[in-house]
Design a protein around this ligand. Structure first.
Ligand code: ADP
Ligand code: MG
Length: 365
């Protein structure tokens, strides 16, 4: 089921007499193609949950419209939207078994729509199989690990065979290894079922790794929409560039003069077409190449071997971050000695931004 947001806006009224209204979702316009997994990504408070609640109908928009396929659902009550929702704290009913928890949404249907006991059991088993908990059907939630409980919550959302699946930070309560495993499971389930899925997270790596498309948000506004790799390679502004990537992009003060980029006094890169003026420079960690003739000279503070790659930590007067973090080939790293490291830069990994608007300045072809 395709989902379309048209100028969708949510403004919360002020709290108390001194409060200000909060624009949690500001004119969202985008289309989620049928069968895709979309990651809504942004820092805490940027409006991710509110967007999900608007889509499932738990919140009413202040203005704008929402469509499922060609049908407008803006004013449709949540129970008629065919949406499955999984929250971060997956609140299962402690006194019910896993199976009863999974079938709960079916038991709650109007009599005319409620499946028979037998059919409920079949559907519960199907949903449980998808999340691989079919062996735990008779247990109570207290007899399950956190990861298993979250799977029950996902099965409970799937049992209604939703047209759209909404996941609000579903992995936050899991430990690191389980998060990794469960996010791959979610991707697999989404592929197997083909259900259009919206996955909310503040974790860029999580969103990048499983999404067909990411929507990067901040303060209730969309900053960029695109395929994860495309947004990483070609961010529209400094916020998006900094939000994606581990280690994060390195930032410097710089200046363009006559098609040359200067960091400090050194001309570090040709930037044909970039207008003269002071800029912010973003350099991805993989954008540095060790080079004894390199023009960017940094003060070495540490070298961390991480197997295949080596992380070189250094400082530079024009850096806006405490450390400059570069990732280089472990073999090349063996040439490092002394207090200085010299780099040449890979042009595609060097991004320029306007100092005032922080918008991207493009250069080259
Ligand atoms: P996220 O899920 O990205 O952390 P939310 O959608 O929960 O962000 O919140 C977005 C903004 O809306 C925040 O500033 C939050 O304080 C505000 N907000 C959320 N829900 C309400 C509400 N019911 N009443 C007033 N303000 C709210
Ligand atoms: Mg939230």
């Amino acid at each position: 089921m395709k989902v379309v947001l048209k100028d969708l806006t949510k403004i919360f009224p002020p709290r108390g007499r001194k409060g200000k209204p909060v624009t949690a979702v500001d004119h969202f316009n985008f289309e989620i193609p049928d069968g895709q997994l979309i990651g809504l990504l942004g820092p805490s408070g940027c409006g991710k949950s509110t967007t999900l609640y608007l889509i499932c109908g738990l919140e009413k928009p202040t203005s704008g419209q929402l469509f499922f396929g060609e049908d407008e659902v803006t004013n449709l009550p949540p129970e008629n939207r065919g949406v499955g929702l999984v929250f971060q704290n997956y609140a299962l009913y402690p006194h019910l078994t896993v199976e009863q928890n999974i079938t709960f949404p079916l038991e709650n249907l109007k009599k005319s729509e409620r499946p028979t006991k037998e059919e409920m059991h079949t559907r519960a088993v199907e949903a449980a199989k998808l999340v691989q908990i079919e062996a735990l059907m008779e247990r109570k939630p207290s007899e399950l690990s956190g990861g298993q409980q979250q799977r029950v919550a996902i099965a409970r959302a799937l049992v209604k065979m939703p047209k759209v699946l909404l996941l609000d930070e579903p992995l936050s309560n899991l430990d690191a290894r389980l998060r990794l495993q469960t996010r791959e499971e979610i991707r697999r389930i989404q592929r197997e079922t083909g259900i259009t899925t919206i996955f909310v997270t503040h974790d860029q790596e999580e969103a990048m790794s499983i999404s067909d498309m990411i929507v990067v948000m901040k303060d209730g506004a969309i900053h960029q929409i695109g395929k994860p790799q495309a947004v990483y390679d070609d961010p529209t502004n400094l916020f998006v560039a900094k939000f994606l990537g581990t280690p994060p992009i390195n930032t410097f003060e710089g200046e363009v003069r006559n098609g040359q980029l200067y960091i400090g006094e050194a001309a570090v890169l040709e930037t044909p077409g970039a207008p003269d003026g002071r800029v912010y420079v973003g350099i991805r960690p993989e954008g540095f190449r060790l080079d004894p003739e390199g023009k960017l000279v940094c003060h070495l503070t540490g070298v961390d071997v991480m197997g295949r790659d080596t992380s070189v930590v250094s400082t530079h007067e024009a850096s806006l971050d405490v450390n400059v973090r570069s990732i280089i080939d472990s073999e090349d790293a063996q040439t490092i000695s002394g207090k200085e490291v010299r780099f040449t830069l890979r042009p595609s990994k060097v991004l320029l931004f306007d100092r005032t608007t922080e918008e991207r300045i493009r250069y080259g072809k």
